[in-house]
Every structure is written in structure tokens, then in C-alpha cells.
Design a protein around this ligand. Structure first.
Ligand SMILES: [Zn+2]
Ligand SMILES: [Zn+2]
Length: 243
């Protein structure tokens, strides 16, 4: 199984990095973790046919994590037909917000019709199986009212933990135990607003993290400026991780 880093930047495009998107390539399934605005572009740059996508998992409904879906939809409507339905799984309100966004961006007949899409709502703490891919969503501290999710994926004998956007949480220590890859957001080094991981907090928790591989992502300018000081691997756009 491979994980393609399509976008490891934050909402601000820090360091010229693409926004949040990670493509998992398994023998039988292609699926995305998040779909930031630059996702389709990054897939094409990597030579990946968007028609191969089976499922898009969305961690939360901030624009840098789901704002790329309308571009996938117009791709499937007008460029490369996607005959099988695309499954989209995200927190409550995913369907409403995705439909609103598509209507705002490409509304008006006939474009307001989505290509074939099946929506699935992920409830925190309830595992689900979508197109044969097992996911355990859990709520993380990032948004105040809306639900932000961390996602633990279990597929083809491999486990991936994705933090989504979140402040540091002890939940990550628990869920990281034994996983093949923990993709952890780390927007800041020691500053920030309290809704994202700070590197210094992660460093404190490092001895307790029992994942096989840890890669930092969703990197802001402060992290990029201190790249050489870091003791943990950082994601790069275009990187492919063997799991
Ligand atoms: Zn974000
Ligand atoms: Zn966010």
C-alpha cells in the first residue's frame, strides 16, 4: 500500500505547498484523506487518474480540507466520466455543505447536478465500513461547534492514523498504538492559536507514541522556517510513503 502526499500545506499555502490531501493506493481501492482545493491539480501532476477514486474521507469542513470536491465533480461531469458513484464520507453536515459549495461555485442548470455521489456521515466513536475500507472516526479538539474528526483507517492489513486538524490530544497516543503510519498535523512550532498541534507538545509526547512511522503535515511557516531543527520526518508534496 502507498500513500501519496498530494498536499501537506496549511490553509495559507505556506511554503507554496498544496492544501490538505493524501491519496491511499491499495491493490483494490483508491481513496483520499481530505480533498483541499489543490487536490485535482496535484493528482494530475502525479499522473494519477481521478477515475480510479473510490472514496473520499473528509476530516472536517474547513475549506482547505474539502474545497477541492467541486473540481472533482466538474472533472467527472465534463472531462473524464466516472461511471461508478464516488463515495464521500465526512462529519455531520458534509452533504449539505458540499452541495452548497458546489452550487456557489458552479451553480445554475445543468451544472448544479452532482455526478453520481453517495454520501456517508461519520459519527465520532462509531466505526464504519465504506467500500470495504474500515474507518474509526473520533472527535478532535479543533472547531468549537462543528465536529472535526481524526480518522483511523484499517485496510488490507494496514492501519493509518490521520489527525485531521487538531490541537494536541492524548487521544492520539491511544489511537497511534501499533499503527503503520501516523500522519499528524503540526501547524506550529511553539506558537499558534490552540486549535492546532505545536511541535513542542508533540515532542513531549514522542516517547509515548507507539506508531511504526510518524510523519508531520499541515505545516505552517513557523515549522518550515525551523525545518532543520526537527527530530521528526516532515511531509513534502509529491512524497510517496510505502506502508
Ligand atoms: Zn487545515
Ligand atoms: Zn481546520
Amino acid at each position: 500500500m502507498k500513500l501519496h502526499i498530494l498536499g501537506c500545506g496549511d490553509a495559507f499555502g505556506s511554503g507554496g505547498r498544496n492544501q490538505s490531501a493524501y491519496l491511499v493506493e491499495a491493490d483494490d481501492r483508491f481513496f483520499l484523506l481530505d480533498c483541499g482545493p489543490t487536490t485535482l491539480l496535484a493528482m494530475k501532476r502525479a499522473g494519477i487518474d481521478p477515475r480510479r477514486l473510490d472514496v473520499v474521507f473528509i476530516s472536517h469542513l474547513h475549506g482547505d480540507h474539502f474545497g477541492g470536491l467541486p473540481f472533482l465533480f466538474i472533472e467527472f461531469l465534463y472531462q473524464t466520466r466516472h461511471d461508478k458513484p464516488l463515495h464521500i464520507a465526512g462529519p455531520p453536515q458534509t452533504e449539505e455543505k458540499v452541495r452548497q459549495l458546489f452550487h456557489l461555485m458552479y451553480g445554475g442548470s445543468p451544472a448544479s447536478e452532482l455526478p453520481p455521489v453517495n454520501f456517508h456521515i461519520l459519527q465520532p466513536g462509531k466505526s464504519a465500513v465504506i467500500e470495504g475500507i474500515e474507518v474509526l472516526p473520533f472527535r478532535v479538539p479543533h472547531q468549537t461547534h462543528e465536529i472535526s474528526l481524526g480518522l483511523k483507517i484499517n485496510h488490507a492489513g494496514k492501519q493509518i492514523l490521520f489527525s485531521g486538524d487538531s490541537a494536541w490530544s492524548e487521544l492520539f497516543v491511544e489511537h497511534a498504538r501499533g499503527v503503520d503510519l501516523f500522519l499528524c498535523e503540526c501547524s506550529f512550532y511553539d506558537q499558534g492559536t490552540g486549535s492546532h498541534v505545536r511541535y513542542i507538545e508533540l515532542l513531549d509526547a514522542l516517547p509515548q507514541l507507539e506508531c511504526k512511522k510518524l510523519v508531520l503535515t499541515h505545516l505552517g511557516e513557523e515549522m518550515l522556517a525551523r525545518k532543520k531543527e526537527l527530530a521528526v520526518a516532515m511531509a513534502e508534496d509529491g512524497m510517496v510513503i510505502e506502508i
